[in-house]
Design a protein around this ligand. Structure first.
Ligand code: AP5
Ligand code: MG
Ligand code: ZN
Length: 213
């Protein structure tokens, strides 16, 4: 099963793709996570991406398509979830071409629809485990024991460098201008399901499970 999770910054793509990975054994391919790892490791890719991400812009299509081509080849036999890719129409077209080459197909393209005002609240309260990356929120998803990661027991957490208010505004602009046009692209193919991403985390998970299982 191969799935794309689409939606603006803070829509819940990371939260729900973790669930899909754990519940269905899919490989999670999250381009934002890959880029943040490259920035932290100081690789060539990281050096190219660092300032673009900090400014809330998009890394070039050529670079992103190259990364995903490799990642899709090494995905598990059960399939993959794309979180954060494609993000432009050229990326969506390149994905179609590479899936065809690999003899793979998309089973679901899921759009999580969330109002811009809610996104700012979600992003400004987000933090994650410094060791395993599990995601949390100051109000909407606290660890079961305060200060301790549910998944690995670690006690240090981090916040993303691009989650500052002014950068979030730029990321939202980039979403509406460059990413939203892929929604009609998938709608025209009859592949798109739009879900209410304003619902609680558990309700969104249930809606996704009802669709894919
Ligand atoms: P990326 O890491 O993909 O960031 P994003 O798209 O801005 O999305 P986020 O990760 O901020 O949000 P999310 O939808 O994953 O939400 P989450 O589940 O965490 O990309 C970062 C940057 O990398 C880009 O700006 C760009 O520069 C670059 N990049 C990446 N891919 C690229 C590409 N293909 N091409 C070019 N450039 C690329 O949820 C947010 C918070 O809300 C969490 O705290 C969570 O607990 C909480 N929450 C989740 N769901 C709910 C809910 N239903 N109710 C209440 N709270 C909720
Ligand atoms: Mg994310
Ligand atoms: Zn952890």
């Amino acid at each position: 099963m191969n799935i794309i999770l689409l939606g603006p910054p803070g829509a819940g793509k990371g939260t729900q793709s973790d669930h899909l990975r754990d519940a269905y054994g899919l490989t999670k391919l999250a381009t934002g996570d890959m880029l943040r790892e490259a920035v932290a490791a100081g690789t060539e890719l990281g050096k190219k991406a660092k300032d673009i991400m900090a400014a809330g812009g998009l890394v070039s299509d050529d670079i992103m398509i190259g990364i995903i081509r490799e990642a899709i080849r090494s995905a598990s036999k059960s399939g993959f979830i794309l979180d954060g890719f494609p993000r432009t129409v050229p990326q969506a077209e390149a994905l179609d071409a590479m899936l065809k080459e690999e003899g793979k197909a998309l089973n679901h393209v899921i759009e999580l629809k969330v109002d811009d005002e809610a996104l700012v609240a979600r992003i400004s309260g987000r933090f994650s485990c410094a060791k395993c990356g599990a995601g949390y929120h100051d109000h909407f998803k606290q660890p079961k024991v305060a200060g301790v990661c549910d998944a690995c027991g670690h006690t240090e957490f981090t916040r993303r460098a691009d989650d500052k208010a002014e950068t979030v505004a730029k990321r939202l602009e980039a979403y509406h201008a460059q990413t939203a046009p892929i929604i009609p692209y998938y709608k025209a193919k009859g592949a798109l399901t739009t879900l209410d991403g304003m619902a609680d985390i558990g309700q969104v998970t249930q809606a996704i499970d009802a669709l894919v299982s």
